[in-house]
Design a protein around this ligand. Sequence first.
Ligand code: ADP
Length: 284
Amino acid sequence: MVAAVCLRNVHKVYNNTCVVNDLSLTIQPGEIFGLLGPNGAGKSTTIRMLTTLTRATQGDIVVSGYDVYRQKAEVRRQIGVVLQQTSVDGDLSVWENMEFHGRMHHIPNPQRQQNIDQWLAYVELAERRDDKVKTLSGGMKRRLQIARALLHQPKILFLDEPTVGLDPQTRRRLWEIILDLNKHKGMTMLLTTHYMEEVEYLCDRIGIMDQGQLIEMGTLEELRSNHGEGIVMRKTDDRWSYTFFPTLQDANQFLEQQSDKTGMMTRPSNLEDIFVELTGHNLD
Ligand code: ADP
């Protein structure tokens, strides 16, 4: 099986600073892979390299079997891209945005109109097709971006911080769309985020990035079992300290054995704990 995405020893240098540092990663068809990391970790740069928008300084990138430098056009046919900055044109209508993108991808009519109808209905924007994009809410604009990215029927969807700035309810709605596209339409996805709940909820596998490096990778279960599934938190002088235990039961047992339990509590570990353990700082 040809990997959906394969990066080997990829570096990106801006102004003598290595913002992506020796990144190697393979994503299989059908996976939802999440790159989690704080602002400045190098996630967007990784997406931009994968989607042919910027060239790696060093290393190999192959998407759906095609080399991103030598076979740009083939790569672009295989991928849909939803970038962080809302890139839909506010002065055009919903339909015009779709139509423009469809023409850019040389999708002939009547196929183009069928695809536009299908994807606008899928993201529940069919009734807004003649409205100017600037009249849509943030969540609707993001759904339009997704519909547009799907218009040429790509195999892999790249989503850069898909729910940043959206309220929790709108975020949930987008998560449902992302999961449905994966489960029912077989779409492979790579998404970046600095929200740990997003990767916990959506992703089959997670890569944790910090300062340009991939510092951990695996399923949520693997990461939690490697670092410890239970946490004992202790508050001293307004500061929390955290100790990992193999299981929550072990953490509870430890707490029970303490003669003075003041300021102590236990809970299951999460990705933020693992991130702090690995880097010494928080996700945001
Ligand atoms: P993230 O998506 O994880 O927030 P980015 O990939 O956007 O991180 O940025 C990683 C680093 O690269 C940051 O320090 C950012 O300032 C720098 N960077 C990104 N794009 C450019 C550019 N075009 N020119 C110079 N530096 C850049």
